[in-house]
Design a protein around this ligand. Structure first.
Ligand SMILES: *[C@@H]1O[C@H](CO)[C@@H](O)[C@H](O)[C@H]1NC(C)=O
Length: 192
């Protein structure tokens, strides 16, 4: 009886298919990153470019957004440099990293430069575009996922981070707070 129930559940899970947590990408240094590591956090996934009219405003606001919402480990931003739109990300990894991390001082994870359109698009991006049915038309297409990996909403480059702050915060506020090992270590240190 139990094993029958279990196999029904397993089959339902398999039919439900993939989620964003099934994908692996590389970070800007080429180290593998498993999306599964972000399970339990609200995620803002976007394509970035260093030489777009929207670059400065977006990177400044994303930096602030990350500072405000990521402190309880309930939110993360995954930024994917991409040259698909207007060839506005022509740089190599080291230059992109220098620009985003050192110049703009963004602390959210910066991924490897990817293609997000066409046949050779990164598999995670293919999956996101297929399942959300929102195709990016330019740089800085933002996709918000809740802490179960469920797609919430997407906004294009013309939508500022400031104007979607409340939508993002509402999703982050619903993520249960969980104490991590490093948090309790921090707390112990502070107490001592
Ligand atoms: C942003 O707005 C401009 C001006 O209205 C428009 O030409 C452009 O296509 C829009 N960008 C996106 C990504 O929709």
């Amino acid at each position: 009886m139990h094993s029958k129930l279990l196999s029904v559940i397993l089959m339902a899970t398999m039919v439900a298919g993939e989620s964003i947590y099934d994908f692996k990408v590389n970070d800007i240094k080429g180290n593998p990153v498993h999306l599964n590591d972000y399970k339990g956090k609200a995620l803002l996934i976007l394509n970035t470019a260093s030489q777009c009219g929207h670059t400065d405003a977006h990177l400044k606001a994303l930096k602030r957004l990350h500072e405000i919402l990521s402190y309880e480990n309930r939110f993360e931003i995954l930024a994917f440099p991409c040259n698909d739109f207007g060839e506005q990300e022509p740089w190599e990894a080291t230059e992109i990293e220098e620009f985003v991390k050192s110049h703009h001082k963004c602390e959210f994870p910066l991924m490897e430069k990817v293609k997000i359109t066409g046949e050779n698009a990164n598999p995670l991006w293919k999956y996101i575009i297929k399942t959300t049915q929102v195709s990016p038309t330019w740089n800085f297409q933002k996709y918000l996922f809740d802490s179960n990996g469920k797609f919430v909403k997407s906004w294009d480059a013309n939508t500022s981070i400031e104007s979607i702050f409340d939508d993002i915060k509402a999703v982050v506020d619903r993520v249960p707070v969980k104490e991590t090992a490093s948090d309790s270590e921090e707390a112990n240190k502070i107490e001592l």
